[in-house]
Ligand binder design. Structure first.
Ligand code: HEM
Length: 326
């Protein structure tokens, strides 16, 4: 008999909260998905599996608690250095905004800001920082096998070169891998939202919210721990974390997660947001236009046979044009 997966979309705040806090569901095992893919294709995804077995977002129970604690210590140790690096990058913003041609804030400011933050916490050379940026592509259901294998091979080289204390180094890599997608996407979407609502205003006269007004992490997929073909329960639940249908307070509550997997990067992200909005609040430039490009919407995405779905609403670019105040 073919076992058909039962899929359920938890799209109200109360429903999503209840499921995210329930002990009956656990994250989809990304390492498990890559084991299946490797067996089907007869290829070795060992390095990818080794990393994904250390990412708390895909773990459950005792193992999750153990790795989460190690990652939390690692993040706490690097936070002040990361914030200093963020401040230096933010200090370059007035220069960038001094031009009157449109600036791609995503490529010219937000990505370099994140790169500076992750360089500071890892001390990695450029090739490993680029690898760190590419690893989240492995979460995308539409990535070609050829590209998955290419990233897997670069990860193999990383593991070979960093073989001393490899678990520690993969945890450090993993924290940045989990941070880059939501940080870059959320900051891009948030700045676009603020700028597009304040066209014609000087940056210093805008009222900035105390945290990100939009998130790029839209969904979390969970599987039923008691999965069986004759169960009436759904096997897979997609919990909506960020939705236009949620009230502002629900959005803020859900933005960094609701259950045991609540985001470890929240203090760093919120502190960088504060540093950035403090700087914007000193700048005289007028917002002339803000144009956002979007790649992919996860709520509409289909599961593939691997049950991998990119959970991010991924912005592609953010062109902002400023005019100089006279
Ligand atoms: C504004 C940017 C960010 C947003 C909106 C965000 C959002 C989230 C959400 C919703 C979760 C829970 C996912 C789930 O329940 O499956 C999560 C988990 C996580 N985030 Fe973030 N995040 C952000 C930035 C960061 C940064 C910068 C880092 C690291 C430097 C980070 C590290 C993590 C980690 C390690 C987890 C997994 C925690 C666990 O599973 O126990 N995040 N994030």
């Amino acid at each position: 008999m073919i076992h058909m997966k039962k899929f359920y979309l938890a799209e109200t705040f109360e429903d999503a909260k209840q499921i995210l806090k329930s002990c009956s569901y656990q994250p989809i095992s990304m390492a498990g998905s890559y084991k299946i893919l490797g067996e089907r294709l007869g290829v070795d995804f060992g390095p990818t599996i080794q990393l994904f077995e250390l990412l708390p977002v895909f773990l459950d129970g005792q193992r999750h608690a153990e790795i989460r604690k190690k990652m939390a210590i690692c993040l706490a140790n690097s936070r002040s250095k990361q914030e200093q690096a963020a401040q230096v990058a933010i200090n370059s913003l007035p220069n960038l905004a001094a031009t009157t041609t449109p600036i791609n804030l995503m490529t010219d400011f937000i990505r370099p800001l994140w790169r500076a933050v992750s360089r500071e916490s890892t001390g990695y050379e450029e090739a490993n920082l680029i690898l760190m940026d590419d690893i989240p592509r492995l979460f995308d259901s539409r990535l070609r096998v050829k590209d998955r294998l290419e990233i897997n091979e670069r990860l193999r080289i990383f593991i070979k070169n960093e073989s001393d204390n490899i678990e520690e180094k993969l945890i450090l890599l993993g924290q940045n891998v989990l941070g880059s997608g939501p940080f870059i996407g959320t900051l891009t979407l948030s700045l676009h939202k603020i700028f597009s609502q304040n066209i014609g205003k000087q940056l210093k006269d805008i009222t900035y919210p105390t945290s990100f007004p939009r998130s790029s992490l839209e969904v979390t997929d969970l599987v039923n721990k008691n999965e069986s073909s004759d169960s009436v329960e759904p096997n897979i639940v997609r919990c909506v974390i960020h939705s236009k249908k949620y009230s502002e307070s629900e959005k803020q509550l859900a933005m960094f997660g609701l259950g045991e997997h609540v985001c470890l990067g929240r203090p760093l992200s919120n502190n960088i947001w504060t540093l950035l909005t403090q700087k914007l609040a000193t700048m005289p430039q007028i917002v002339h236009s803000s144009e956002l490009g979007l790649k992919h919407s996860p709520v509409e995405a289909e599961f593939n046979f691997l049950e991998i779905v990119d959970p991010f609403l991924r912005p592609d670019h953010l062109y902002v044009q400023f005019t100089q105040a006279s």
